[in-house]
Design a protein around this ligand. Sequence first.
Ligand code: ZN
Length: 391
Amino acid sequence: MPPVLFKVDLTKPMSEQEVVGHNRWHPDIPAIASVNPGDVFRIECKDWTDGQIKDNDDPSDIRDVDLTVVHVLSGPIHVNGAEPGDILVVDLLDIGALQGDEWGFTGIFARENGGGFLTEHYPNAAKAIWDLQGIYTSSRHIPGVRFAGITHPGLIGCAPSHDLLATWNSRESALVATNPDRVPPLAALPNPLNAVLGSLKGGEFDRVAAEAARTVPPREHGGNCDIKNLSRGSRIYFPVYVDGAKLSMGDIHFSQGDGEVSFCGAIEMSGYIDLHVDIIKGGMEKYGMINPIFKPGPVEPRYSEYLVFEGISVDEFTGEQYYLDAHVAYRRACLNAIEYLKKFGFTGEQAYLLLSCAPIEGRVSGIVDIPNACCTLALPTEIFDKSILPT
Ligand code: ZN
């Protein structure tokens, strides 16, 4: 086992850990450790809600989740020698559950508190608890399915520069200003409430808390990309925006479908990540890099049989024609899959949770044939304990 650079005590909130992590992005959050290029080390992570969701049958914790707390991250790790313009090479050598905490959760957030991709159809909170047995998982809340995990960090990235942070805040504020009263909001703007900023204290804490970015969206530095294929064995190339890169991570997912549609939609868990880091000097310019690129790992569940649902860019409520809108088309593909699964004994909520967390392949299949985008959702048929093919 490599040296553990960040340990978590699951009985305590992130703000009371021996080494405190963070739940906002800001270049001035101090690093908790330094490593050299070539080092191998282990980072432990709490689940993204900081332990708010419990292993029981009551979804009220999902309904009442305090989203000012998310995502709790472990780090930042300072990589010696990394400078703005470099690429930080990060190998995800292994990812797993913490001993004694081998379970996870998937939730549908209430429309008034977070919402999700299909919130107009499923506005109420729901929860599924998953038992993890090695590489496999099953849930007492969604009987009839069992599958292997494609375990990955939902969130991993380096700190933004002051300039990049200012860019994020200005463009996201402008978006929110177009419809400031929307529920759920168009973006999560800086919010000092429940900010956790490592070892920062006093006036510095207040200054950083007021301008630090929320961790919700993916951005140029990576961050909350929620890419299921960023799994064990992947090599990620991150653009470096600050001295030392300041790498942080968290939000470990045992499994997730493309799109993570229900928002709390993966099988969310605490766990550990073993990493190896290296640097490519001047790599951003050399490779024209703005966002991360990555090479998926060689270890993934092998499902080969799928039932594929198509969706087109026509609104399901109004019948309005949208122009090549992949968002609308993927929503229709999801809704088609849910309606289908309801014919096999699942509730709509169970099907929505399942599409969110099982190894679903979502694709932009056609984005050119005016006026309809065509998105597809491929459901692996082998995860069900009975045939779900039409007969
Ligand atoms: Zn997550």
